[in-house]
Design a protein around this ligand. Structure first.
Ligand code: ADP
Length: 481
């Protein structure tokens, strides 16, 4: 309000000054004319003074115009005249407008940078479906790149039939999932696309990569199908035996045999449920920290005992059993500790040993070994002399329910979850699981623990695995039990 009043006053002052200047010229002209030639002299003086004022005004206007043509740099000429005032005000107005334009451009740049940083694809389409603008991620999703593809029809660049049908359908309330640009049968890429109408017939196309979601969904469906299948088989067998026991007159021996078979099926279901629970605990539980640690020798001793018991069970009808060996590094008196969850670590090693016992024919050699690597990591391996695994199966062995030989796995009481558990335990402890095998020459599974989880203390563990091995020679122990 105050500013406005000031401007008004300044404007009035300029106009007053202009009027005053004109009047002064007239008065001076009139007086000078009068002195020269009385009345007619005064009239001629007034006219000449008016012309002089006009000439001065035109000269001022010409100076200002020249100054404006030259870019309006430096001081405004004839600043006190109306033209100078006009020029100064125009300059201020232009500066203000330029500042506002710069601020709007900076805001637009920031806005576009934010859209560029988005993990989702954004394409602006005009009323005819031509691309007006797109961000960088659309290159990954559809192969659309700016400025190359600007003004191109989107339908010519995204040729998926589902997308064409979606555009033609006109119902944009839902999204459509199409194959991404880099999609291949081996590695499918799924892109979800949705059009959002806006403005005068324009459309905004948003795309996002839903490959991981689609894969997780497929995995969940497969998992449910696999679990149902695994449980249905023993359940069907159990139901059959129950029916047999209920309806047929059986001798005591037959009855005992059937009951034993039923017990085996129930045990199989129990193992499956227990492995499923272990997996779900591993997937959802908090990561094992570094505060709790377990003595390696004691852990291996317990695992070896279990493996001997399993070997004895497997070898009950066939002799000899497995030659289970323990090979600590020479001169390793120090107690090595691994930081992490003792239960999880034991479950991982026990699963590797159990696989070695179950897949290696009786009489074969199984060796449990470990060594500290120069960089402080701990390599813990289970090697067997069994049938080995063909190279094409190795990358998939840790998938849930993946088996090389389904019937062999079932025969030996496998659930198809053992190596999935080992992989999860390894990941949770920052360890790697390496699988080496040559078909016909056995397999070696190695867990590589990071140096941050391994420590070497001076104290001896309570009962070492070496002592266990010494107490009962491997093959002997298997045969005796
Ligand atoms: P399973 O309960 O069937 O043993 P795992 O997840 O432990 O399931 O193992 C997956 C598959 O890997 C097994 O079905 C088997 O075909 C193969 N496998 C695992 N360990 C060995 C091994 N030591 N020797 C040969 N094959 C193995």
């Amino acid at each position: 309000m105050f500013g406005f009043a000031l401007a008004r006053r300044a404007q009035n002052a300029v106009m007053g000054f202009r009027l005053f200047g004109f009047m002064l010229f007239q008065a001076v002209g009139a007086v000078a004319g009068w002195r020269v030639h009385a009345m007619w002299g005064a009239v001629a003086g007034v006219i000449l003074a008016g012309l002089a004022w006009l000439a001065l005004d035109a000269w001022n206007a010409a100076r200002v115009l020249r100054w404006m043509r030259q870019g309006g740099e430096g001081a405004v000429p004839a600043a006190r005249s109306l033209w100078g005032e006009f020029a100064e005000r125009s300059r201020r107005l232009l500066r203000q407008r330029a500042g506002e334009t710069r601020a709007a451009e900076a805001q637009l740049d920031e806005f576009l940078a934010a859209i560029q940083a988005s993990p989702n694809g954004v394409v602006l389409l005009d009323g005819q479906g031509r691309i007006e603008w797109c961000n960088q991620i659309t290159a990954q999703h559809f192969g659309i790149e700016a400025p190359r593809d600007l003004q191109q029809q989107i339908g010519n660049l995204v040729r998926d039939p589902d997308f064409a049908a979606y555009c033609a359908g006109g119902d944009f309330s839902r999204e459509v999932v199409i194959a991404g640009r880099a999609s291949s049968p081996a590695l499918p890429v799924r892109i979800s696309v949705q059009l959002h109408p806006y403005g005068a017939g324009r459309r905004l196309l948003l795309s996002r990569d839903v490959t991981a979601l689609a894969r997780a969904d497929a995995m969940r469906r497969d998992f449910v199908a696999n679990v149902s299948h695994e449980i249905r088989t023993p359940l069907t067998v159990l139901a059959g035996f129950v029916e047999t026991l209920r309806t047929l007159p059986l001798s005591d021996t037959e009855r005992a045999r059937y009951l034993d078979l039923m017990r085996q099926q129930a045990a199989r279901m129990q193992t499956l449920v227990s492995d499923l629970l272990t997996l779900s605990r591993l997937e959802g539980g908090p990561l094992p920290g570094l505060s709790e640690s377990t003595a390696l020798e004691g852990l291996l001793a317990r695992c070896l005992q279990d493996a001997r018991a399993l070997s004895a069970l497997v070898a009950r009808r066939e002799t000899p059993g497995h030659d289970l060996r323990y090979a600590p590094p020479p001169g390793s008196g120090a107690a090595v500790q691994i930081a992490g969850s003792p239960d999880e670590l034991q479950s991982a090693v026990a699963n590797l040993l159990s696989n070695a016992v179950r897949y290696t024919p009786v009489g074969g050699v199984i060796e449990l070994a470990w060594q500290l690597l120069p960089d402080g990591r701990l390599a813990l391996s289970v090697q067997d002399s069994g049938p080995g695994i063909a190279a094409e199966h190795i990358p998939r062995l840790t998938e849930r329910f993946y088996r090389v030989d389904r019937s062999r796995s079932r025969e030996t009481g496998g659930t198809g979850l053992g190596l999935a558990i080992v992989k999860h335990v390894a990941e949770r402890h920052g360890a790697e699981l390496a699988i080496d095998s040559t078909p016909g020459c056995g397999a070696r599974f190695t867990l590589l623990f990071p140096a941050s989880r391994v420590s070497v203390a001076g104290a001896e563990p309570p009962q070492s695995a070496a002592q266990v091995a010494a107490a009962a020679p491997p093959a002997e122990a298997a045969r005796q039990s």
